[in-house]
Ligand binder design. Structure first.
Ligand SMILES: CCCCC/C=C\C/C=C\C/C=C/C(=O)SCCNC(=O)CCNC(=O)[C@H](O)C(C)(C)COP(=O)(O)OP(=O)(O)OC[C@H]1O[C@@H](n2cnc3c(N)ncnc32)[C@H](O)[C@@H]1OP(=O)(O)O
Length: 243
C-alpha cells in the first residue's frame, strides 16, 4: 500500500477515510495475507496528523476527525494481516504511530528520515494510546524521555532504541520488507493472528473501553485557546522555514 497524499502524506480526514476503505477491502479479500505500507512522497513517510484538521475547526469537526484517527489506528494495530512498514521517509507523531502499529518496521538509512512522537515540540501531548504503543515498543524509561523531549530519532538511534527493527540502505527498503514478509507468512495464519491478538488486545482495549471519552478529551484539549495558539505558532514556523 503506497500512501499518496502530496506534498507530505498528512493524515487528513479524507486521506484517513481512503486508507480505512483500502484496508477494509484488503482485510475482506481472503487472497491477501499481508500488506507492506510505504510512501509515494519522496523523503516523507507521513507528516502525521493533518494540523489543518485540528486548527481553527469547530468541535463537531474535531470529534469526527478524532474518531477517524482512532479507527485507523485500531484497524492497523489489530489487523489480521501481516503489516510491514517500509519506512522511506520522515515519520513524526501520527506517522510514527502508523509505523509503530505495524508488525515490523524497516527504515531507510537516511539521516533525514527521523521517527518519533514529537508532539511536545508542537505544544501538544501524545494521547495515552500513542504513549502506550511507544512504551510497548521501546520500554518505559526510553519512552518517558522520548515523549517529554519530543525526540525524533535518526535511523541509527531509532535502531538502537528499538523504535524500528531494521535499518537498511534506501534502495533496499522495499526488497527487505518483502523478505521479512515472506518470513512472517511462513507462520500459519491462525496461530500468528491469535498470538498477535493476545499481545495487542489489552492495549487496544484501553481505548475501546473509553472511545467516546477519548474523543471528548481530545475536543476539549484541542479547542483550548492556548493549544490553538501553539498550533498557530507551529504552522507559521513551517511556513517561515520555506523562506
Ligand atoms: C488531555 C487529552 C489529550 C488528548 C490528546 C490531545 C492532543 C493530541 C493530538 C494529536 C496528536 C498529534 C499528532 C500529530 O501527528 S501532529 C503532526 C506532527 N507532524 C509534524 O510535526 C510534521 C510537520 N511537518 C514537517 O516537519 C515538514 O513539513 C516535513 C514533514 C519534514 C516535510 O518538510 P518539507 O520541507 O518537505 O515540506 P514543508 O514543511 O514545506 O511542508 C509542505 C506543506 O505541507 C504542510 N504540512 C506539513 N506537515 C503538515 C501536517 N502535519 N499537517 C498539515 N500540513 C502540513 C506545510 O505547512 C506546507 O504547507 P504549505 O501550504 O506552506 O505548502
Amino acid at each position: 500500500m503506497k500512501m499518496r497524499n502530496p506534498p507530505v502524506n498528512s493524515l487528513s480526514l479524507e486521506f484517513l477515510t481512503e486508507l480505512l476503505i483500502s484496508l477494509e477491502k484488503l482485510e475482506n479479500d481472503k487472497t491477501f495475507r499481508g500488506i507492506i505500507i510505504t510512501s509515494d512522497c519522496p523523503g516523507i513517510f507521513s507528516a502525521g496528523l493533518d494540523l489543518l484538521e485540528m486548527y481553527g475547526r469547530d468541535p463537531a469537526h474535531c470529534a469526527e476527525y478524532w474518531k477517524a484517527v482512532q479507527e485507523l489506528w485500531l484497524r492497523v494495530y489489530l489487523s489480521n494481516l501481516v503489516v510491514i512498514g517500509a519506512i522511506n521517509g520522515i515519520s513524526p507523531a501520527g506517522g510514527c504511530l502508523l509505523s509503530l502499529s505495524c508488525d515490523y518496521r524497516v527504515l531507510a538509512n537516511n539521516p533525514k528520515y527521523a521517527i518519533g512522537l514529537n508532539e511536545t515540540l508542537l505544544g501538544i501531548i501524545a494521547p495515552f494510546w500513542f504513549k502506550d504503543v511507544l512504551v510497548n515498543t521501546i520500554g518505559h524509561r526510553a519512552a518517558e524521555r522520548a515523549l517529554q523531549l519530543g525526540f525524533l530519532f535518526p535511523p541509527s538511534d531509532a535502531l538502537q532504541v528499538g523504535i524500528v527493527d531494521q535499518v537498511v540502505p534506501e534502495d533496499q527498503v522495499q526488497s527487505t520488507a518483502r523478505s521479512v514478509m515472506a518470513q512472517w507468512l511462513a507462520i500459519p495464519d491462525h496461530a500468528r493472528q491469535l498470538t498477535k491478538n493476545l499481545v495487542r488486545k489489552p492495549t487496544a482495549d484501553r481505548l475501546l473501553q473509553q472511545r467516546d471519552a477519548d474523543i471528548q478529551n481530545f475536543v476539549r484539549f484541542i479547542s483550548r485557546d492556548s493549544i490553538q495558539k501553539s498550533l498557530h505558532v507551529y504552522l507559521e514556523k513551517l511556513k517561515q522555514k520555506k523562506g
